[in-house]
Each structure stands twice: as C-alpha cells, then as structure tokens.
Design a protein around this ligand. Sequence first.
Ligand SMILES: O=C[C@H](O)[C@H](O)[C@H](O)COP(=O)(O)O
Length: 231
Amino acid sequence: MSDNLKRAAADRAAELVTDGMRLGLGTGSTAAHFVSAIGERVRAGLKVVGVPTSEATREQAQREGIPLSTLDETPDLDLTVDGADEIDDDLRLIKGGGGALLREKIVASASQRMIVIADGSKLVSKLGRFPLPIEVVPFGLTATERAIVRLLDSLGMSGELILRHAPDGAAYVTDGGHFILDAHLGRIDKPNVLASTLNNIPGVVEHGLFLGLATGAILATGDGLVELGQL
Ligand SMILES: O=C[C@H](O)[C@H](O)[C@H](O)COP(=O)(O)O
C-alpha cells in the first residue's frame, strides 16, 4: 500500500517535468520511484539532465539511462524532487533518514523549486518525532557530541544523541565520509533557532532540518493526492 502511495506521488511529480529541465534527483525509497518514472520518460524521448543527491541515486539513474551532470557543470537547477522523513504545513522538513542530507541540501539549495514527494504519514503538526540527523566530521566526535548536547540544553531541549550504525555494526559513513548522530528530540519547537545554532558548532557539517527550501509537496493518502504550496 505504502509503495503504491509513494509511486502515485512520484508519478504526479514526474508530470511537472518538461523538456530541457535540469533536475535534482532525490534519494530514498520515494525518490527512487521518481527516478524510475523519469527513466521511463527519458527512454520515450524526454530530454533532461539530472544531478543525483547520492551515489545510490547516481547508480539508479545511470541504470535508467538518465543523462547526468554535476553541480560543477550545472550549478543552477530548475527542479529538485525528493522525499522527506517529516513535513509540516509550512513545508519545513526533516530529511536524512537515508543519510543523504548533505548532498540533498546542497542540490535543493541550487534549485529554483523543490517538490517533496511522500506518503501522507510523513505530514506532522510539529517536527521532531523523527530523530533529527546531524552529520558530523569523525575527527573530534565526542567533543562535537558534547557541544551539541550543551546547545540543546541551552535551548531547553533534551534527547538522546545516537551514533548511526551500518548493518555490519560499524559506524555509518555518509557519501561525504562523515558520521551521523541521530538526535531523538521528540519535538522541535523552534526549528529556525535550532537549525542556525547547530550550524555554528565546529564539527557539525549539516543537519536534516530543511527550512525555506521546499516550494511544494505532493502527499499521497488513501483518499488521493494532497498538494501543498506551489507545484
Ligand atoms: O537521506 C535520505 C533522504 O532524506 C530521504 O529522502 C528520506 O529519508 C525519505 O526517504 P523515504 O522516501 O525512503 O521515506
């Protein structure tokens, strides 16, 4: 059921794509449906170029035959379509459950429009039940972790910080060679304050709060598609 919903949202997003577009290709199980829908259209003659947000998406897009570029060759993108772990009514997001937050944020920031595709269960009234991924440099991990805890304390927030692990038990390493600390916060009352102050901590590379980046969303529910913002 959930997979059908993801596909429905992805198919609607694929309808927004026209010839000549420079596309940011998101990461995750929902974005994979979009990449597959674009692959079908490319094989039918659509002319686009894609910038993938992860090595996994690059490999999928290559298999699909989608012409690829980089942000160095193509620094301005027309549209990025990506999934999310949480989205609120103001199109604020938590992303990074799949570890791709850093490239996803860079690509979304280089795009005129970012459309989120998700099943309706991702819509929340308040962000934070999904653990916030914080990407950190391996050097100085414990010191960085302590600085994050001090920051959370100063903001009146608490919650466990858990180093993400890969299935083989080793620390999970992102495409950029960093670690991820998942912050189990429960609720985030002031996402803007948390986002900007986290970015001030040396050792923090990026975090999964995407604020002011998504311009629209397509949420697939059992009762049909719900569209937020501008498509
Ligand atoms: O790092 C991963 C990305 O932010 C994903 O877009 C996000 O985790 C949602 O993934 P999914 O569509 O698999 O729920």
